[in-house]
Design a protein around this ligand. Structure first.
Ligand code: GLN
Length: 527
C-alpha cells in the first residue's frame, strides 16, 4: 500500500512524539492495517549503543541485535511488533553510508552534498519497510528549528513532492502551555513552531497539542486559523495518567478516521476494542508490591525504561500496583532501604562501579529469602555472590572487574572470542537456549526452547558449573549446551538470574513469564 505518516515535534523536546505516533499507529492497527514505525535521530552517533544511559535513557536491543534508542521499545510495546535495524536511523549512520559510497567511488566524481546525496539516503530509508507494512510512521527526532534536523525535514519535503498526496500525512506535535498568572493556555509557541515547519515546505495535516489543561473550542479555532490546519485536526493530547490510554483519547477525537480519510483508506476489519479494554484492566489494582531495582543509573528513570514497563505490566496483570524504588548500588544505606521491599531486581550494566553493592543486595535477598531477579550483569553478580559466599571461592569475580581474579567465574570465553558476533565480541540480539525440565525456569516458561535478546561480552564460566551446582546453584538453561543462560538456586522462593534481557520482550497485552513469576513471588503467591 505504501502510506506514510510523518511525525515532527515543536516548541520543546520530550513531548512524547514516539508515544503520539505509536498511539496513532495502534489505532490504525485496530482497523486492521499493518503498521510499523521508523525513527530518525538527527545526532551524529552512528548508533546509541555507546551513548550514556544517563543522558539518553536505555539502549534498546532488537531481535536482530541492533542497539537502538528507547523509542523502539515504545513502538514494540504499543504495536506488538518486532523492530530491526531498518526501524532506527541516525544522522551519523546515514552520513557514514554516504561517505563509504563516496570512498568506494560510487558517485563517480560527483560533488557529494546534503542535497541530493544525504536526502536521497534518508528517503531510501523512509521506504525501507514499505513492502512489509501498509503504513510506515516516520518519527523525526529533535525539535523543529534544530540545525541538525534540517536534512531530515528537507527529505520529508521532497518525499511529499515525489509521492501521491493521498499517501502522505503529516502530524506536528506541539506544546500548549498553561500560564498560571494569566490563567490561560497559550497558542503562540504552537503558531511559531508550525510557521517554522511551513517555512521548510511542510504544512502539517494535523496538530497534536500536548497540554495539561483542556483545549476549548475557541483555542482550537485559533490554532486552526493561524496554523492552516482544519479545526477538527487540532487534537488535544492531555497529560495522561497512563500512556496506554492515549490511543483511546485520540480515537475519541476521530484521529484515526481523519487520517484514513486523507489517506483514502477504509478499515480492513471491524474496529477492535480489545486494547482499550485490556489497558483499562491494567490500570486498576487492589494490591501493591514494592520492588527494589539496585543499579547505577538510578537518577534517570528512562535508563531502565523496559524494566520499568515489564514490572508494571506484570504487576498489573496480577492486579497489583508496582512501586518501583530505584536504589543506588553505591548507597551506604542500601541494605536498610532494601528492608522495605518485597523483591529485589539487579539489572544489566557495564563497568566496575557499584558492583559490590549489587552483590551485597543479592546476599541479602538470598539469605532472607527475598525474591531476586538478576538480569545480565545482575545474573553475573548472582554467580559471583554464590561463588564467594556459598562455594567459598574467596574474591571470585568477573574478569570485567578483576582481570587477575583467582576464580574467574565470569569471563570472556575463548570459544566466544573466536565467534564473530555482531558488534565485535558482544553477543547481541536473539539467541536460543534450552531449559531443563523440573526447574523454576521451565515452570515459568512452560517451554524447553526459548529465544531471548542478549547484549553482553562476558559469560558464566562453564568450568565452575560443577563446583557451584554442588553448593545449591542450578544452571537451568544453556545456549548450545555450553553457555549458561539461566541460573537459579534451590530452597528459595525465587532466585533467578538470566544472561539475557527479558525486559525487551514484555508487551502490554502479555506480561513476560519471568517478570510475572518474580512479581508473583513478591506477592507471596504460588508460582
Ligand atoms: N558487563 C557485562 C557484560 O558485558 C553485562 C552486560 C549487561 O548487563 N548488559 O557481559
Amino acid at each position: 500500500m505504501g502510506k506514510y505518516i510523518f511525525i515532527t515535534g515543536g516548541v520543546v523536546s520530550s513531548l512524547g512524539k514516539g508515544i503520539s505516533g505509536a498511539s496513532v499507529g495502534k489505532l490504525l492497527q485496530l482497523h486492521g492495517f499493518k503498521v510499523t514505525m521508523i525513527k530518525f535521530d538527527p545526532y551524529i552517533n552512528v548508533d546509541p549503543g555507546t551513548m550514556n544511559p544517563y543522558q539518553h535513557g536505555e539502549v534498546f536491543v532488537t531481535v536482530d541485535g541492533t542497539e537502538s534508542d528507547l523509542d523502539l521499545g515504545t513502538y514494540e510495546r504499543f504495536l506488538d511488533i518486532y523492530t530491526s535495524k531498518a526501524n532506527t536511523n541516525t544522522a551519523g549512520d546515514i552520513y557514514q553510508t554516504v561517505i563509504n559510497k563516496e570512498r568506494r567511488g560510487d558517485y563517480t566524481g560527483d560533488t557529494v552534498q546534503v542535497i541530493p546525496h544525504i536526502t536521497d539516503e534518508i528517503k531510501k530509508r523512509f521506504r525501507a519497510l514499505k513492502n512489509d507494512f501498509d503504513i510506515s510512521i516516520i518519527e523525526i527526532g529533535g525539535t523543529i528549528g534544530d540545525i541538525e534536523g534540517l536534512p531530515f525535514i528537507e527529505a520529508a519535503r521532497q518525499f511529499q513532492l515525489e509521492n501521491r498526496k493521498e499517501d502522505i500525512f503529516s502530524i506536528h506535535v506541539t506544546l500548549v502551555p498553561y500560564i498560571t498568572g494569566a490563567n490561560e493556555l497559550k497558542t503562540k509557541p504552537t503558531q511559531h513552531s508550525v510557521n517554522k515547519l511551513r517555512e521548510t515546505g511542510i504544512s502539517p495535516n494535523m496538530i497534536i497539542c500536548r497540554t495539561d489543561h483542556k483545549l476549548n473550542g475557541s483555542l482550537k479555532k485559533k490554532i486552526s486559523l493561524f496554523c492552516n490546519v482544519d479545526e477538527n485536526c487540532v487534537i488535544e493530547a492531555l497529560d495522561s495518567p497512563y500512556i496506554y490510554f492515549i490511543p483511546e483519547a485520540l480515537h475519541k477525537q476521530n484521529v484515526d478516521s481523519l487520517i484514513m480519510d486523507k489517506l483514502n483508506m477504509k478499515s480492513i476489519k471491524r474496529f477492535d476494542k480489545k486494547w482499550f479494554i485490556r489497558v483499562r484492566l491494567l490500570s486498576e489494582f487492589t494490591k501493591k508490591v514494592n520492588i527494589a531495582v539496585v543499579g547505577k543509573y538510578v537518577t534517570l528513570k528512562d535508563a531502565y525504561k523496559s524494566i520499568d514497563e515489564s514490572l508494571n505490566i506484570a504487576a498489573a496483570e496480577l492486579n497489583a500496583k508496582a512501586d518501583i524504588h530505584y536504589l543506588d548500588s553505591e548507597d551506604n544505606n542500601l541494605i536498610e532501604k532494601l528492608k522495605n521491599c518485597n523483591a529485589i531486581l539487579v539489572p544489566g550494566g557495564f563497568g566496575n562501579r557499584g558492583i559490590e553493592g549489587k552483590i551485597n543486595s543479592i546476599t541479602y535477598a538470598r539469605e532472607n529469602k527475598i525474591p531476586f531477579l538478576g538480569i545480565c550483569l545482575g545474573m553475573q553478580c548472582g554467580v559471583i555472590e554464590v561463588s564467594r559466599n556459598l562455594a567459598k571461592l574467596e574474591d571470585a569475580n568477573s574478569t570485567e572487574f578483576d582481570k587477575d581474579t583467582k576464580y574467574p567465574v565470569i569471563r570472556i570465553l575463548d570459544e566466544q572470542k573466536k565467534i564473530k558476533y555482531r558488534g565485535g565480541t558482544m553477543r547481541l540480539g536473539n539467541y536460543k537456549s534450552k531449559i531443563k525440565k523440573n526447574t523454576v525456569a521451565y515452570n515459568l516458561y512452560k517451554n524447553v526452547e526459548i529465544e531471548e535478546r542478549h547484549r553482553h561480552r562476558y559469560e558464566m564460566n562453564p568450568e565452575f558449573v560443577d563446583v557451584l551446582e554442588r553448593v545449591g546453584l542450578l544452571v537451568s538453561a544453556y545456549h548450545k549446551g555450553v553457555l549458561p543462560e539461566i541460573i537459579e538456586i534451590k530452597n528459595h522462593p525465587f532466585f533467578i538470574g538470566v544472561q539475557f534481557h527479558p525486559e525487551f520482550a514484555s508487551r502490554p497485552m502479555k506480561a513476560h513469564p519471568l517478570f510475572k513469576g518474580f512479581i508473583r513471588a513478591a506477592l507471596k503467591e504460588d508460582l
